[in-house]
Write a protein that binds this ligand. Sequence first.
Ligand code: GTP
Ligand code: MG
Length: 452
Amino acid sequence: SSPTQSDLRTPIVAVLGHVDHGKTSLLDKIRGSTVIEGEAGAITQHIGATAVPLDVVSEVAGSLIDPTEFDLPGLLFIDTPGHHAFTTLRARGGALADIAILVVDVNDGFQPQTKEAVSILQDSQTPFVVAANKVDTIPGWNPNPDSPIRPTYEEQSDRVRGDLDDKLYEIIGELSDAGFSSDLYWRVQNFRANIGVIPVSAETGEGVPDVLTVLMGLSQRYMKEEMEVDVTGPGAGTVLEVKEEQGFGTTLDVILYDGTVAEDDTIVVGAKNEPIVTTVRALLKPRELSEIRTEKRFDQVDSIAAASGIKIAAPDLEDAMAGAPVQVVRDRDTQDVIEAVTAEMAEVAVETDEDGVVVKADTLGSLEALVNSLEEVEIPVMRAEVGDVAPRDVSVATTVDDETFRAILGFNVEMLGDAAERAEQNDVEIFRSDVIYQLIEEYEAHVEAIET
Ligand code: GTP
Ligand code: MG
């Protein structure tokens, strides 16, 4: 790549949306079509992410893109498997994803997790586009595999196009209710002021060139300055998952958004209590698809630069937490880095009120998302912590003054010990769900029942 390119980091694109609306299929299509395009540079599979280099983007986008207009190296896509990982991903207040695609099934429209995604994108001020997916399922749709969407859209019969328009207007209406003005992407001039809606089919590939074009344009136009980072400096990233891996013990799946991480680097990782200080034993990448039949699932690399997805094997990672920061110490003072990581953790440790409900969640990211959502509907929070619902939480919930706050809202967590019995005995109401909206609705219904 040219010297300009190596100074610019790859923008990180989060793919978000309700379950089954086609996030993974859309990425599969991008991966698949780029394999078919052949000659273009290789696509690389990262841990939790897929890197699509600029030449591949421009191959797929064809006439829609003039690659000489771009100097960003490409796009790094992060799939978000269901709701849980999505909130984890949002953990660092939007630090991780530079831009996002919100995938909405045109038939299903806005669903709880779509709304949640919109509200979190709003909070973190992450620019996004909407992929109105599964257009091929409109009855009578005449497919044009892998082609740009606008001519395809215009070639449909009036009835089919009318059907699609009705569904698109519903999505545009939902976005408007959420405070965003939006339109079909080819009518949008300023993608920061207006959300572009791109009709697409992850099945037939129509609209996929448009998705890549819009994302590349959006990054190039609005993200370029943020992409000018020193990718040789000490690495910084976010833990996506903490996983046991045979032969490696506890490992971290990390999205690196700044600098470089290398074998033998000392790293500081946010954890349940004190940050962990440890040494990188191995950096692991998934094997290329062509080598999938070999025994080993991973390839080892000496070092890797942002933006990328990497598995880090190191001792003492058991208490590390999804959503927590990771920083490479390199030639800095270890104590300074520990303080920086502690400060970053505290930023997410949520501000609490004198009187209010108790909130528990499985990750920092989901905790943050839940507390933000409660704040929006003016439900005060007395204590917010990562972890399962413990008997101690029940004790805390009994100390409230206002009866309606005798409640624990748990997102994606289990019950520990005799917490359930104790809650029962002490009239503490426990709500658990892995959908934020549902938690809030159930709690609100409970409050209403008390008050009437
Ligand atoms: P989660 O990861 O569970 O949140 O779902 P997802 O958003 O990744 O959805 P996924 O890509 O797994 O797709 C769900 C289903 O929808 C699968 O059966 C896909 O084959 C189907 N699907 C996705 N996109 C399209 C599309 O454009 N057209 C049609 N006809 N089916 C689609
Ligand atoms: Mg998926």
